[in-house]
Write a new protein. Structure first.
Length: 269
């Protein structure tokens, strides 16, 4: 024993202190890691009548939500995301791929809030809704609605936003901002147009915004109907509101149809 230290007693004491430290910091690491990696997983279940569904959700900070979709080779997956939070987006991973580890088929932060693509193999695809890092760092929260649809391979192609005539794309964005009470700001969508089309986008946005503020507080189904109708009319697709069955509940069908009719008439002009 040196300087009053009993090696046998103090050795036992030191052992238990070190063991406690390991347990404490391991638990702390798990707790912190759980906050950073917090996620929800939901298997998408389609109604018996059609292979389409609209789901609502909310995320905050670094948390994200995964939607699992069981699909067959030859089908086409269509995903649309609607949210007022401009830093919320989604990723799509192919069948058998691990979300967050394997490469994504689609990255909404680059390509926008609408995806459609063929399914190459039977299996489970993953749709991950998440925030961009700038918003996640500020621990922001966002509500969203995501539409998921499986279409047979021979089904009619839906219009892609970036392939729409720029005026009508701008019109739909203007209507949405007007209805939502957002400021009149076409610059919010800089990524959707080039310098050469800026003038055309501004004209369409202005017309859409004026239309949006004329109808205060429309129902959600009516609003969706207008937006889908404008897209179909502008892209030369047939007048078929049933194409977007996943975007509304049966009880909202009438409102959706009214909005779709108005939007389609605007789109074909």
């Amino acid at each position: 024993m040196v300087c009053g230290i009993d090696p046998e007693v103090d050795g036992v004491l030191i052992y238990y202190i070190m063991k406690w430290r390991v347990i404490y910091f391991s638990a702390l690491a798990l707790l912190v890691g759980g906050v950073v990696r917090a996620q929800e997983v939901e298997s998408v279940k389609f109604p018996k009548t059609h292979q389409g569904v609209s789901l609502e959700g909310k995320i905050k900070g670094y948390a994200f939500k995964d939607y699992k979709v069981t699909a067959k080779k030859g089908q086409r997956l269509v995903v649309t995301l609607e949210t007022k939070h401009l830093s919320t987006s989604f990723l799509v991973y192919g069948a058998g791929k691990i979300a967050g580890k394997d490469a994504a088929l689609f990255n909404g932060t680059v390509n926008g809030n609408e995806y459609q693509g063929g399914v190459d193999a039977d299996g489970v695809l993953t749709i991950r809704v998440l925030m961009m890092r700038n918003a996640a760092r500020r621990d922001e929260s966002a509500s969203y609605e995501i539409g998921v649809e499986l279409v047979d391979g021979k089904g009619e192609e839906l219009p892609k936003a970036r392939e729409m005539p720029i005026y009508f794309l701008a019109y739909s964005r203007g209507v949405d901002d007007g209805w939502s009470g957002m400021s009149r700001s076409p610059k919010r969508y800089d990524s959707l147009y080039s310098e050469l089309t800026k003038g055309e986008f501004a004209k369409g946005y202005e017309a859409g915004y004026k239309r949006g503020i004329k109808v205060p507080q429309p129902t959600r189904a009516y609003k969706k109907g207008v937006m889908r109708g404008v897209e179909d009319g502008a892209c030369g697709l047939s007048r078929t509101p049933s194409r977007h069955a996943s975007m509304y509940e049966q009880s909202e069908a009438k409102d959706f149809a009214k909005g779709y009719e108005e939007g389609y008439n605007t789109g074909i002009k």
